[in-house]
Design a protein around this ligand. Structure first.
Ligand SMILES: [Zn+2]
Length: 442
């Protein structure tokens, strides 16, 4: 590995993508669009493809920042919307930003606050000015989040990467509404760029909109690339659309976005989606899924997911995954976790540690495989392990074939978005039922 890493590194090209971001392409898969890059941020150099765990309210649910460091997290995501309400902007300014407040020294990305629109839609209304919310803290006050206010709050938080406020619409909305949201998001991007106070210390990423319409995505990317941002996000997906449409839009966007800048696909966290989108050329991902599903007692494993609530584990002395190097697997049995799962917060904590370790291990394996020019073979092995019965969802087979990676599947044609490694009868490889967890938001 050392030799091939050295060879890859010698071919690396570095781009100054902005005053607060340098981007080095370390290696490219000779078959697919997958790549390994280093994103040099003010607080940390992140290696991609990268998964960013999501913290809310200044903590990672169930994990300490020391654990996140030990688990090799390079960048975490914080919610601007929650942070702006509590502890609030003044306290963040007084404390010197969220890095100091929560004791995290590595990379941080903040969302604009707009994403919460989707989850709190009945509490919000959108106009050209911005988004108006009712405060969720029961004091009944109204909060207007404008593109300028979003940047002002994110400047106070001080994250390495900030996201523009965008007009969030479900990809299944009528085309007229999606087109309106796309043009509004471009106007809001310009207002955000003007309001940005720290361009030498913080990066502002635009969010590409346009729903499932290729022509709108093209127009949006045309406009946003003119703004010469340090990196770009693909937004407006994971809203219940068919996965066969989802991957085509992701692939179109990675074709059109600048090669020399980071590409971030928002709200992606299932293992199969991470692998497919990495093959399509995405560098960065985030999702609440691994920690959220942990709170429901589900552990992520190379063969899918494991519901520790199931009685099959009541006297199982093995760790969650005998091959996992995480502190939970080093110390605790499935039987122990089964005893306390969903009853004690310790269980959510221990399973969260394991699930984040799983995601980090998955991304690391992909990076090594890309650098060593064996990403297609690695992907085939991944699919065989996740789907021991061979029922790899057809959308993933199609997506991988589009970039030259052939994966065998017993699935004929499109059958729906099968997530995780659950067999058709809803049981995982250990015979325990796999619990589907719907909804990716906190
Ligand atoms: Zn583990």
């Amino acid at each position: 590995m050392a030799a091939s890493t050295a060879a890859a590194a010698s071919a690396a090209t570095t781009t100054v993508a902005g005053p607060a971001l340098r981007h080095t392409i370390i290696a490219k898969c000779p078959v697919s669009k997958a790549r390994v890059t280093h994103i040099h941020l003010p607080h940390y150099t992140a290696h991609t493809p990268m998964f960013m765990p999501v913290g809310t309210k200044g903590t990672m649910k169930g994990l300490t920042v020391q654990q996140l460091e030990q688990l090799d997290c390079h960048v975490i995501l914080a919610n601007t919307y929650h942070m702006s309400l509590k502890p609030g902007q003044q306290l963040l300014d007084d404390m010197g930003g969220l890095h100091t407040w929560m004791g995290w020294n590595r990379g941080m990305l903040t969302d604009s606050g707009g994403f919460q629109m989707v989850s709190l839609i009945d509490l919000s209304s959108v106009t050209e000015d911005g988004v108006e919310f009712t405060s969720p803290y029961n004091d009944g006050s109204r909060i207007l989040l404008t593109p300028e206010k979003s940047i002002e709050l994110q400047n106070s938080i001080g994250a390495d990467i900030m996201m523009q406020l965008d007009d969030v619409v479900n990809p299944l909305c009528p085309r007229e509404r999606i087109e309106e949201a796309m043009w509004r998001s471009i106007r809001w991007l310009d207002r955000g760029i003007k309001a940005h106070r720290n361009p030498t210390r913080q990066n502002l990423f635009p969010i590409v909109q346009g729903g499932l319409h290729p022509d709108l995505r093209r127009k949006c990317i045309d406009e946003m690339v003119k703004r010469d941002a340090p990196g770009y996000a693909i937004g407006g997906l994971s809203g219940g659309e068919d996965k066969k449409e989802f991957w085509r839009i992701v692939s179109l966007c990675t074709d059109l976005l600048p090669e020399n800048k980071p590409r971030y696909c928002m709200g992606i966290g299932y293992a199969l989606d991470l692998v497919v989108c990495s093959a399509l050329g995405v560098d960065m991902f985030d999702c609440v899924f691994p920690t959220r599903t942990a709170r429901f007692g589900n552990a992520l494993v190379p063969w899918g997911s494991m519901s520790l609530k199931h009685s099959a584990f009541k006297d199982d002395a093995r760790p969650i995954d005998p091959g996992c190097p995480c502190p939970t697997c080093a110390q605790y049995s499935r039987a122990y976790l089964h005893r306390i799962v969903t009853r004690e917060t310790t269980a959510a904590h221990l399973i969260s540690v394991h699930n984040i370790a799983y995601q980090m291990q998955l991304m690391r394996e992909m990076r090594h495989a890309i650098i060593e020019h064996r990403f297609p073979e690695w992907t085939q092995t991944f699919c065989r392990r996740q789907y021991p019965k061979g029922n790899v969802p057809f959308w993933a087979v199609e997506a991988l074939a589009s970039v030259g990676i052939e994966v065998e599947s017993t699935e004929k044609g499109y059958v729906g978005a099968g997530e995780g490694g659950a067999d058709a009868d809803g049981a995982d490889a250990d015979g325990a039922p796999v619990e589907k967890v719907d909804g990716m938001q906190e």
